[in-house]
Design a protein around this ligand. Sequence first.
Ligand code: GEK
Length: 250
Amino acid sequence: MTSQAAMNRPGKDSIYATQLEKVDSFVFDHRVAEVFPDMIKRSVPGYPTVIAMTGVLAAEYVQPNSRVYDLGCSLGASSLAAQEGITAPGCEIHAIDNSREMLDQAQQRLSSESARTPVQFICENVLDSEISNASMVILNFTLQFIETTQRLALLKKIRSGLRPGGILILSEKIAFTDSTEESLQIDMHHAFKRANGYNDLEISQKRTALENVLIPETLEQHFQRLENAGFSRADLWFQCFNFVSLIARV
Ligand code: GEK
């Protein structure tokens, strides 16, 4: 492939590659859905590991005849990992997203007819979702897009929909109270993006688009909120720069 062809390969994220007159707020529309796997892999350090371990955790924690909820499922990567990991019989996965464009593509990617664990695709706001009989709830990089004032109510609802022994996987971009650490982590995140082929214009325009849309919080805020929501404990199991994943237990 020539370097020009590589730049234009189908599925490659080049949404912010040209100078925009005005950078609009980021939305999960059809343009994003088309390039999403490439975008998230090149933007979120450790994403493939978090997804793969979601499958490992599903094998460990999903209980027979229970539900798994994948909230903000995008194209269904976490649902697929869970589906492949689950060994317990009689389970179902509810894959939920409020972007019709993302959900349509998720549905095409996961044909669940012959799968042992079926997936239901639901287009709705996770703030309106009913959660019950769950043994695992997945919030992989979704809570950061929910209004901060709504986050506790969502976690309380998840907690009360989980069975004894159930878990929440919470993966997020985080902020740091120490300003030196904050800039160090942001610099390393940008270095990660540059190493994955994004240029400075793309990095800066994407950052502008995500302002007030993706709102990261500190680890301390997450731990406190999980406690306030009624989880008995929460543990950090993964960190790569300013991206983390926690397991919270009932
Ligand atoms: C993955 N978990 O590949 N209700 C429903 N969906 C929402 C809401 C909401 N209120 N707000 C945002 N979303 C996925 C990646 S992406 C993360 C998750 C990212 C959806 C939104 O439409 C998008 O699909 C997803 O949450 C966030 O493991 O792009 O950084």
